[in-house]
Ligand binder design. Structure first.
Ligand code: PHE
Length: 337
């Protein structure tokens, strides 16, 4: 009998040692432990034993076997529960060292960089930054800039119209601004001279993209209105800007040109240190009709204005030869700067 009890206990202990989950341990507890377990079942056989001493010895052996098995179950239950928690922690682990390496950092777009540098240079020269809407009226974009209906210069702008009729407006009189010059008008209507502003912004023309054109591009406008402003002030400002933006060994020149909103008008070119010239933008003395449209008396005040493309300046600064590369979102291009 004693050897049966020992064999049953050892078999139970061997089985319990293999329990690998809380469910296993629970099933084995039902099977081996307690009053209805396999070991307790051996007590039924005590009646067949002859002597009292044998019964006592076998009873004690069964109780001891039950206690040993219960202790083994407790130990196994604790171990399996700890292993289950460890497995869950491992499964949910985040490797934070993945983020500690060398993170890839972006940078501002080349056009934004040029835009911000232009603002810095002009603000340093005493200009204030002004803004206007991208969706404009025909009046601000053309009419007030001395380009009445039917003016041939309107055709050069390849205007994109917006399908919207402003209250009191005519059909076809809402458009995407073709240049930043309407900000001249809005600024003059908004404030009295002296005016010293620049207005960088997005402009739109019905153009097919190629190496030098995009239907959406950026310009920066400049406007000065004060007493006794002359063409010399314009030339001096352009030259001071050129040297501040590109460097001391660059210079600028004005060549006669025509714009409806300035008179006289000029194209301005800048000269690289190697002596070559690049055309940068248009400028001139604000036309009296434009001052009047802005509510300013041309007998009392005069002014100059200029406008040029920001995208081209970004291209030149970085030696890029195709405007489309700037808008292609190609990482191999972007990461070079
Ligand atoms: N608005 C003109 C253009 O887009 C540039 C310009 C601005 C010329 C101001 C003269 C004065 O071409």
């Amino acid at each position: 009998m004693i050897s049966d009890i020992t064999a049953a206990r050892d078999a139970a202990l061997a089985h319990i040692a293999q329990a690998s989950s809380p469910d296993d341990v629970a099933a084995m507890t039902t099977r081996y432990a307690g009053k209805k377990g396999e070991l307790a079942g051996l007590k039924k056989q005590l009646g067949s034993l002859e002597s009292i001493d044998e019964k006592k010895a076998a009873g004690a052996a069964i109780n001891e076997a039950i206690a040993t098995v219960d202790a083994a179950l407790d130990e196994r239950r604790t171990a399996v529960a700890a292993a289950a928690v460890a497995a869950q922690v491992e499964a949910e682990r985040l490797d934070l060292t993945e983020y500690i390496g060398k993170p890839a950092r972006g940078h501002a777009h080349l056009v934004t960089q040029a835009w911000e540098r232009l603002e810095d240079v002009f603000v340093g020269m005493g200009f204030r930054v002004a803004e206007g809407p991208e969706v404009e009226t025909d009046w601000h974009n053309f009419e007030a800039l001395n380009m009445g209906e039917g003016h041939p210069a309107r055709g050069e702008f390849d205007t994109l119209f917006v399908d919207h009729v402003a209250p009191g407006g005519q059909p076809g009189s809402t458009l995407l601004r073709t240049h930043t010059s309407p900000v001249q008008i809005r600024t003059m209507l908004d404030q009295a001279p002296p005016i010293y502003i620049i207005a960088p912004g997005r402009v739109f023309r019905r153009d097919t993209p190629d190496a030098t054109h995009m239907p959406v591009f950026h310009q920066i406008e400049g406007l000065v209105v004060d007493r006794d402003i002359s063409m010399a002030d314009l030339a001096g400002t352009i030259d001071a800007f050129t040297k501040a933006f590109f460097g001391k060994s660059w210079s600028s020149r004005l060549r006669p040109d025509y714009f409806p909103f300035t008179e006289p008008s000029a194209e301005f070119d800048i000269q690289r240190p190697d002596g070559s010239w690049i055309e940068l933008g248009g400028c001139g003395m604000v036309h009296p009709n434009v001052l009047r449209a802005g509510g300013i008396d041309p007998e009392e005040y005069s002014g100059f204005a200029f406008g040029f493309g920001i995208d081209r300046m970004a291209l030149m600064r970085h030696g890029v030869d195709d405007l489309r590369a700037m808008y292609a979102d190609d990482m191999r291009f972007v990461e070079q700067f």
